[in-house]
Every structure is written in structure tokens, then in C-alpha cells.
Ligand binder design. Structure first.
Ligand code: QAP
Ligand code: CO
Length: 168
């Protein structure tokens, strides 16, 4: 297994729309394992393939307290079950050091394919529902900073560009 490099805002590759996974193969499972290792190493609770510069519709999450419940969603499709929105202070491994309040539906149903290529459907609530929607946004080239005011987004961009220049 391997820890992968994570793209950081405002890298334009984060704006790529990911393509559906046509077939779940050994290579897909290796990517999933590497994404889980990358997420746990960070540490984070969710990671989309887009963030590791793989533009396939695939994401991993683990919102359990003891990091014992990895979840994998391939070609996920979400239906909102309760349109009531809740606020949560979201962060993102591609926007390190920043947490801002975002509103999203708190109760969704997701249909997806698992690591064995089997279709499944489940309902998610609370943080899991929020995290899933955040990760699906990545697959559509969208970031949580897109929900903030242009001024806040600009401030975050300037700070991260500076950090990235200092590291280069
Ligand atoms: C997405 O984000 C998420 O800034 C997953 O310095 C987060 O795992 C959805 C992280 C919150 C909903 C609520 C962020 C790690 C991890 C940072 C993450 C950082 C180190 C973010
Ligand atoms: Co993110």
C-alpha cells in the first residue's frame, strides 16, 4: 500500500469532472486501498479520487470514532430524503488548515457499487451524509470553498498559494 500525494486548492486539476468506473478491477481495488491508507495517514474522514489526481467516480470515507469502518463508494448516486439542511464546520485535505460552515441536507440515500463490483443502496445521516456529499462534490470538480463568499475564498487561495510557494 502507499500514501498518495493530495492535490491542493487552487490546483486546476481539482476542477476535473470524474468519469464513471466502467469495471471494478484489481487496479481499482489497489487504488481504493491506497486512498484509504492516504486518508488514515492524513488523518481525514473522507477522500475522493479527484484529490489524488485520478478522475474516476470513486471515494472512500470513515466517520467512525475508532477509524474501524472504512466505506467505499464507486459511481455513487445520491437522493435527498429530507430536504432540511444542517450546518457543519467542514474541512478538506485539499484545503489544509481551513474549516468553514457549510449547509447541506442531513439525510440521504446513496446507491453505489462496492469493491467487489456489487451494487448496494444505503441511507446515511448526520456527518456521514455530509461527508458523502462533500466527496461527491469533488467528483464533480466542486470544493467546499465554492459555498463561501468570494472574499473568504480569495483569502484562503492567497494563503495556500503562499504556503505552496514556500514549500517549492
Ligand atoms: C471532508 O475532510 C469533510 O485542514 C473530509 O489540516 C470534513 O477529512 C466533510 C483535514 C468535515 C465533512 C466535514 C483537514 C486534515 C481533513 C485539514 C477531511 C487538515 C488536516 C479533512
Ligand atoms: Co474535500
Amino acid at each position: 500500500m502507499a500514501v498518495l500525494d493530495i492535490l491542493e486548492f487552487p490546483d486546476p486539476r481539482l476542477r476535473t469532472e470524474a468519469k464513471p468506473v466502467a469495471q471494478v478491477t484489481e487496479a481499482t481495488r489497489t487504488l481504493i486501498d491506497n486512498m484509504l491508507e492516504t486518508m488514515y495517514a492524513a488523518p481525514g474522514i473522507g477522500l475522493a479520487a479527484t484529490q489524488v489526481n485520478v478522475h474516476q467516480r470513486l471515494l472512500v470515507m470513515d466517520v467512525s470514532d475508532d477509524k474501524s469502518k472504512p466505506m467505499v463508494f464507486i459511481n455513487p448516486e445520491v437522493t435527498v430524503l429530507d430536504p432540511e439542511q444542517g450546518e457543519y464546520d467542514e474541512g478538506c485535505l485539499s484545503v489544509p488548515g481551513f474549516y468553514e460552515t457549510v449547509s447541506r441536507p442531513q439525510h440521504v440515500r446513496v446507491s453505489a457499487v462496492d469493491r467487489n463490483g456489487e451494487a448496494f443502496t444505503r441511507e446515511l445521516e448526520g456527518l456521514a451524509a455530509i461527508c458523502l456529499q462533500h466527496e461527491i462534490d469533488h467528483l464533480n470538480g466542486k470544493l467546499f470553498v465554492d459555498y463561501l463568499s468570494p472574499l473568504k475564498r480569495q483569502r484562503i487561495r492567497k494563503k495556500l498559494e503562499k504556503d505552496q510557494r514556500q514549500r517549492a
